[in-house]
Design a protein around this ligand. Structure first.
Ligand code: ATP
Length: 328
């Protein structure tokens, strides 16, 4: 715990956007004001800190945003902030306004930036995990994951209707970069026959044998949900392999893409964001500095920023077994 007492705090969103960031901003602003702090919004992540794009927020500035996707503060990536010179300018801008604490909503890269900055300038930083990928150490949940999964489920349900009408084999690629959680959850929830994720090696011969066996017993509707960044390249590459081995199959591909990042956050993401935003300010106030606020086993959990790194969470083999049994 640190004795550094905060009076004016800044809040920013950084890295990729995720649904629920607005709910987190709202929670930070309103909790800060409740405790008598001045709360400043910093636009476009660390870029706005360097460009002095910083403004005083009040309770009204976060009215009617809890249900909105994206981020009212905008987000960006800043190469300048990676340099000592860039961070020196950012510090001067904060100092001029008297900002003595920061809440950063973003991914592990944003936390690395925050850690470096607070080591250099004694500005306490609190991180909130805002990413649809659910791949950050120190939290079972991240702001935006639940919305992204639900968006994927809704889209795949629609694809299944047309798949079923035409007896097609569909390969649907979902986001997650090198994490398979969106694929696993959305695949299970839509009854996918096969789910391909980076965490588990897929035996292509086993996959082909499975599809061939289904073809033989006239089960022609097959859904394969694949995470981006998997072992076969993108979904089109996988489709080429499958078409080469099953010439009679009507194989189609759909890459869901950025729709998974947008849209109104689910109730779950709004709750997580509100909860984490509240505790971010509480942490600054009690001197629990330079941590990421996460949730583990449904309880708020604090992880030092330098440990809040990208982490592949383990996906139990049991889940993959269940997928096979339920799709047989
Ligand atoms: P996403 O998960 O969406 O990629 P992220 O927070 O990991 O989000 P990054 O682009 O990795 O996204 O990082 C966001 C910003 O954080 C960078 O543009 C840069 O300004 C800052 N940053 C990242 N790493 C460092 C670092 N080592 N030192 C200083 N700043 C950094």
């Amino acid at each position: 715990m640190s004795k550094h007492k905060v009076t004016k705090i800044g809040v920013l969103t950084s890295g990729g956007d995720s649904p629920g960031m607005n709910a987190a901003i709202r929670a930070v602003v309103r909790t800060g004001i409740y405790h008598g702090l001045e709360v400043f919004g910093i636009r476009r992540g660390y870029s706005g800190m360097i460009d002095n794009d910083i403004f005083l927020m009040d309770s009204k500035s976060v009215a009617n945003i809890i249900q909105r996707g994206g981020t009212i503060l905008k987000t960006a990536r800043s190469d300048e902030f990676r340099t000592p010179e860039g961070r020196a300018i950012a510090y001067k801008n904060l100092k001029r306004l008297g900002i003595d604490g920061l809440v950063i909503i973003g991914g592990d890269g944003s936390f690395k930036g925050a850690q470096t900055f607070s080591n250099e300038y004694d500005i306490p930083c609190i991180g909130l995990p805002g990413t649809i990928d659910k791949d950050i150490a120190g939290s079972d949940v991240t702001i935006g994951f639940d919305t992204a999964v639900n968006t994927a489920v809704e889209a795949i349900d629609k694809i299944r209707d047309t798949m079923d009408a035409h007896d097609r084999l569909f390969i649907v690629e979902v986001m997650g970069r090198d994490a398979g959680y969106i694929a696993l959850h959305s695949g299970i929830a839509t009854g996918a026959e096969n789910i391909i994720i980076p965490e588990t090696k897929t035996d292509i011969e086993e996959l082909i044998a499975n599809l061939t066996e289904k073809e033989k017993r006239k089960k022609l509707v097959n859904l394969i949900v694949v995470a981006e960044g998997g072992q076969f390249g993108d979904a089109n590459e996988l489709a080429k392999i499958v078409k080469g081995r099953l010439p009679n199959a009507d194989v189609r591909v759909c890459i869901l893409g950025h729709i998974q990042r947008g849209g109104s956050p689910t109730c779950e993401d709004r709750l997580i964001a509100s909860h984490m935003g509240y505790y971010a300010v509480e942490s600054l106030l009690i001197g629990r500095h330079n941590v990421m606020v996460g949730v583990i086993n449904n309880k708020i959990h604090y992880t030092p920023l330098n440990h809040a790194v990208k982490q592949k969470q383990t996906i139990g083999q049991e889940w993959m077994k269940i997928v096979k049994i339920l799709a047989s």
